[in-house]
Design a protein around this ligand. Structure first.
Ligand code: 5AD
Ligand code: SF4
Length: 454
């Protein structure tokens, strides 16, 4: 499947430049896009000045993600003025959300939504100066299962594998179900094959990606005993080799099952890390967000994870200042964070997205200043919690997958422990992809500083 693990630059072929915004899923989608274009003779360039096709694979999750892309489109237009025949394409979630609006007066030639990447070569062929091309059809089937992503990661040891697309949850603040469509799971055989081929090509870590991996479900057309749920999929990938680490993201608190937690416990190579977005610590807010769990349910899931996997890293996402959030709701978020002591968190101010349930039902009534104050309190608290969680690691021995030299000191290496915590330690000349055993000596809120014990 991975015939083209690394793109080859050939000066005689049309060159495509791809910028990727947003989530890990988009990173993997860009690799799918590159595979499709490479099969048509295009080659990747990381130099925009020589690109024939400039693509932005975009994100709509918050307004500021879209604003950044509008700024980039202005920059792309400069390339168009400098050289003849340059094509500007906007693909991904913003393409799906804004559709023809992207073509109005912006000199964009190509708009393609997340399910339209197979049509990119034809769309590109059909572009003329006066007829930009657009395909934003969403699909109930497309999983790009047969396409071998062309890996664009730098070190060749860690890769993303999409196991499903879309989302059926309709959290009231979230635009994703509208931009990525209905949930569909990918054939497990193609997932295992992709992971096996990555391993055969020297990769040591795969991350299984989905908007809500816990609702992964493959229904076999003929034989119900061949149906595969997420826990079973995890097991199949983990069995490829104990040397291949398996990660996954994102888990949903309402769906993460005991079976998944117990499967993690059986296989040491399934990394002890769960990204479990809580969004809010207030049951009132969670109800309005349509998360389908409450504070108590979330805390029970955390207790369950920790009782089975005591060393499991738990990370989260938090939204500050959702519609109608009171000071008490905000305090509930802070007390939940203190209770759980997350290892790290992505923290955001609520950004109203057109078309979502929240935008239709609830006024975005927390002022910018108030959202910012609450967000800053959340960020400051998380800094203290990250430090507290890291301090618990002091004295522990950890197995680390080497990523490369540490940024600050070339004589040191960096890599992640199973919990996803970043470790820095003295080099003995290991290469990216080697495993090292280290002991944690001291910590910051972001890093474990370790000594060698192997
Ligand atoms: N405003 C702010 N944050 C959001 N997220 C999703 N939608 C919004 C929004 N409208 C956050 C959630 C989600 C993460 C990927 O982005 O925390 O888990
Ligand atoms: Fe958005 Fe909720 Fe689906 Fe996550 S689970 S992508 S937050 S709708």
């Amino acid at each position: 499947m991975h015939k083209n693990i690394r793109p080859i630059i050939d000066p005689s072929k049309p060159k495509v430049y791809i910028e990727t915004y947003g989530c890990q899923m988009n990173v993997n989608d860009s690799e799918v896009i590159l595979s499709i274009l490479q099969d048509e003779g295009y080659v990747l360039t990381d130099n925009i000045e020589e690109a024939n096709i400039i693509l932005a694979n975009t994100c709509s999750i918050r307004d500021n993600a879209e604003q950044r892309v509008w700024g980039r489109i202005d920059q792309f237009r400069i390339q168009k003025r400098k050289r003849d025949g340059v094509i500007i394409g906007i693909v991904g979630c913003m393409a799906e959300r804004l559709k023809t609006k992207l073509l109005e007066g912006h000199e964009v030639d190509l708009v393609a939504g997340p399910d339209a990447y197979r049509s990119l070569p034809q769309l590109i062929r059909d572009i003329t100066p006066n007829s930009p091309q657009i395909n934003v059809l969403l699909s109930h089937e497309e999983t790009y299962a047969d396409i071998s992503p062309v890996r664009m990661d730098k070190n060749g040891i860690s890769a993303f594998i999409s196991i499903m697309r879309g989302c059926n949850n309709v959290c009231s603040y979230c635009v994703v179900p509208y931009t990525r469509g209905a949930e569909r799971s990918r054939d497990p055989e193609t997932i295992v094959r992709e992971a096996q081929e990555l391993f055969d090509n020297g990769y040591k870590e795969v991350t299984l990606l989905g908007q809500n991996v816990d609702s992964y479900f493959w229904k076999d057309a003929e034989n119900a005993s061949k149906n595969v749920n997420f826990a079973q999929l995890l097991e199949k990938v983990a069995k490829i080799s104990p040397e291949l680490r398996v990660r996954f993201s994102t888990s949903h608190p309402k769906d993460i099952s005991d079976e998944v937690i117990y499967t993690m416990a059986i296989y040491e190579n399934i990394c002890r890390h769960i990204h479990l977005p809580v969004q809010s610590g207030s049951s009132i807010m969670l109800e309005k967000m349509r998360r389908k769990y409450n504070r108590e349910w979330y805390l029970e899931r955390v207790d369950k994870i920790r009782s089975v996997l005591p060393d499991c890293g738990i990370t989260t996402d938090v939204i500050a200042g959702f519609c109608g959030e009171t000071e008490q709701d905000h305090q509930d978020t802070l007390t939940l964070m203190e209770k759980v002591v997350f290892d790290s968190a992505f923290m955001f101010a609520y950004s109203e997205r057109p078309g979502t349930l929240a935008s239709k039902k609830y006024p975005d009534d927390i002022t910018y200043e108030e959202k910012t104050r609450r967000l800053n309190e959340i960020i400051a608290l998380q800094g203290r919690m990250s430090l507290k969680s890291n301090e618990k690691e002091i004295g522990k021995q950890l197995k680390v997958l080497v990523e490369g030299p540490s940024k600050k000191n070339p004589n040191e290496l960096c890599g992640r422990a199973s919990s996803n915590k970043m470790c820095v330690f003295p080099s003995k000349g290991e290469k990216p992809g080697d495993y090292c055993t280290v002991e944690v000596v001291s910590v910051t809120s972001a890093t474990l500083l370790c000594k060698r014990i192997d």
